[in-house]
Write a protein that binds this ligand. Structure first.
Ligand code: AMP
Ligand code: MN
Ligand code: MN
Ligand code: MN
Length: 281
């Protein structure tokens, strides 16, 4: 069974609509797909409808897991928490996501103001980013900077302007990790710590992060993520087993033209790690 529990649509920084994402997932032979937009559940209804429509035409059924990837802060580090099998209609969760959206718009304004101070046309960049229908992310800002010729590619935008230690060290504006986990569990979901190796933390600090996440009610950790090599998967698997956390698997798919991170080409969850989907599928 092909399972991908971490993908984005154009409701955040992905380039496909939910319907296009479902078509791509079906072509890739995926059986179970979680849509996990940054701080938004707005695409889930469309994704679920598209999957149903698809099932009427093809023998292959595609199960949609309602999900979200929520931004949180832990010791001034920005952390992403996946909420899987959440109730997307939860009034409480939707209220919290509304404030997250507000934080994103405010944050984008301050980011662009900082860029103006650094000599870039911040107001123009802000207008470009805010013209996008989904929630504004640093990925949109990087794309706008590339399009306007201020940097040669996304990576350069992050290295020079948007990464840690640059303008975008604004992580502590996000709500605390424990609070974000409680939103997810409050909406009936399971919290999985997204891409644990992507945070710039020492091994000891990472273990403390996982400890705090688990105390807050986190049940899983993302063991297989797009672009990970075997050694990184192994490190994450060890963490999951040592902490008694379940493992999740997800591509973190954003764009169809990114050849190194296609939908549906994911490593298997290592033996010994409890699949996070065990009691759901
Ligand atoms: P935000 O949630 O607004 O902080 O934006 C984070 C998003 O930007 C991530 O989900 C990635 O899609 C993208 N991103 C983060 N770091 C990088 C990087 N170094 N290079 C390219 N894209 C990145
Ligand atoms: Mn993203
Ligand atoms: Mn992420
Ligand atoms: Mn993601």
């Amino acid at each position: 069974m092909k399972i991908d529990l971490h993908t984005h649509s154009n409701h955040s920084d992905g380039s496909l609509t939910p319907a296009e994402l479902i078509t791509a997932a079906a072509h890739a032979g995926i059986d179970v797909l979680a849509l996990t937009d940054h701080d938004s559940v707005a695409g889930i209804e469309d994704a679920t409808h598209s999957a149903r429509a698809h099932a009427l035409q093809a023998p292959h059924t595609l199960t949609i897991v309602p999900g979200v990837e929520i931004s949180a802060a832990w010791r001034s580090q920005g952390i992403h928490v996946l909420g899987l099998w959440i109730d997307p209609a939860s009034a409480q969760l939707n209220a919290q996501l509304k404030s997250q959206a507000q934080r994103r718009h405010v944050r984008m304004r301050s980011l662009c103001a900082r860029l103006t101070e650094m000599g870039l046309p911040g107001a123009t960049l802000l207008a470009t980013v805010e013209a996008h229908p989904g929630l504004p992310t640093r990925a949109h800002l990087a794309a706008a900077m590339v399009a306007a010729g201020h940097v040669k590619d996304n990576e350069a935008a992050f290295v020079k302007y948007l990464g840690r230690g640059k303008t975008a060290a604004l992580a502590n504006q996000w709500p605390a990790l424990a609070e974000v986990v409680s939103w997810i569990t409050g909406a009936g979901g399971v919290a999985s710590l997204a891409h644990p190796l992507r945070y710039k933390l020492s091994a000891g600090a990472r273990r403390q992060l996982i400890t705090d996440f688990q105390i807050a009610g986190g049940l899983g950790v993302e063991v297989v993520t797009g672009g990970h090599a075997a050694a990184q998967i192994d490190t994450c698997a060890q963490l999951a087993m040592q902490f008694g956390l379940a493992g999740s698997v997800g591509s973190d798919f954003h764009h169809p033209h990114v050849s190194w991170n296609p939908l549906g080409r994911l490593a298997k969850l290592p033996i010994g790690v409890t699949p996070i989907w065990q009691k759901f599928l």
